[in-house]
Design a protein around this ligand. Sequence first.
Ligand SMILES: NC(=O)c1ccc[n+]([C@@H]2O[C@H](COP(=O)([O-])OP(=O)(O)OC[C@H]3O[C@@H](n4cnc5c(N)ncnc54)[C@H](O)[C@@H]3O)[C@@H](O)[C@H]2O)c1
Length: 250
Amino acid sequence: MGKLDDRIAIITGAASGIGQGMAELFAAEGATVVVADIQDEPGRALADALGGTYLHCDVTDPAAVEQLIQEAVDRHGRIDVLVNNAGIEGEQALTAESSLENWRRVMSINVDGVYYGMKYALPVMVSQKGGVILNTASTVGLNALGAIPAYSASKAGVIQLSKAVAIEYAMHGIRVNALCPSVVETPLLTSFIENTPDPESARTGLASLNPMPGMVTVDAVAKAALFLVSDDASFITAVALPIDGGYTAR
Ligand SMILES: NC(=O)c1ccc[n+]([C@@H]2O[C@H](COP(=O)([O-])OP(=O)(O)OC[C@H]3O[C@@H](n4cnc5c(N)ncnc54)[C@H](O)[C@@H]3O)[C@@H](O)[C@H]2O)c1
């Protein structure tokens, strides 16, 4: 018996990195996974491998997100789990030197996309009398990091948005939590490291950021996500859970 037997789970940004790890673990625990992304080839290959469904969805487009939710309901009849995970880090620049385009792009994917996902899934979950939402934030939403101001603000926004929605919909049996990983070795982090002036020392610095040695693994993040979306966390809502080897305690 799996922890997510017979559950329908949508995961945005599931074609790569953390989202892919969640999709694989959720499927192994019995869920039917809807892989939503803009990278069609890896997204479709993953969905096929997991016996799930791939749906192209750009989370910056509210109509596309509404259609994603509708299509998942049309195909599978319900939505038990929604993970709003798609996100970008954006450019690295001090606030005065950062571009307006970067601010808008980071906010539109990292915050607007999470809002759209919840806005369109909540009525479905209310009518089902239950559901679970998990939003991928970051430790950067708890402890700000310079030189990626839009990313820091976006992830703090995801945390407060998650808590607000958790309070609003608790009476409907809907739980909403945020996940706050620190540094996880994924394509997002690799491109962050490569864009620093000294990638070698950036990598070393990031690997020694957490009191626990090394970076967080995708597997550790996926297992924390599984806990929060499963019945094991049945009375846990409005939480921003760090997966950071103690980083935010400092
Ligand atoms: N890697 C880290 O160190 C780290 C740490 C904390 C939080 N996070 C967060 O975890 C989440 C996943 O990041 P990751 O590290 O796995 O990155 P990743 O780049 O490996 O995966 C992100 C996925 O999101 C998709 N995506 C991007 N823009 C999209 C859009 N407009 N619509 C739909 N999908 C889109 C990408 O195609 C990609 O498949 C992000 O929200 C990120 O901010 C990552």
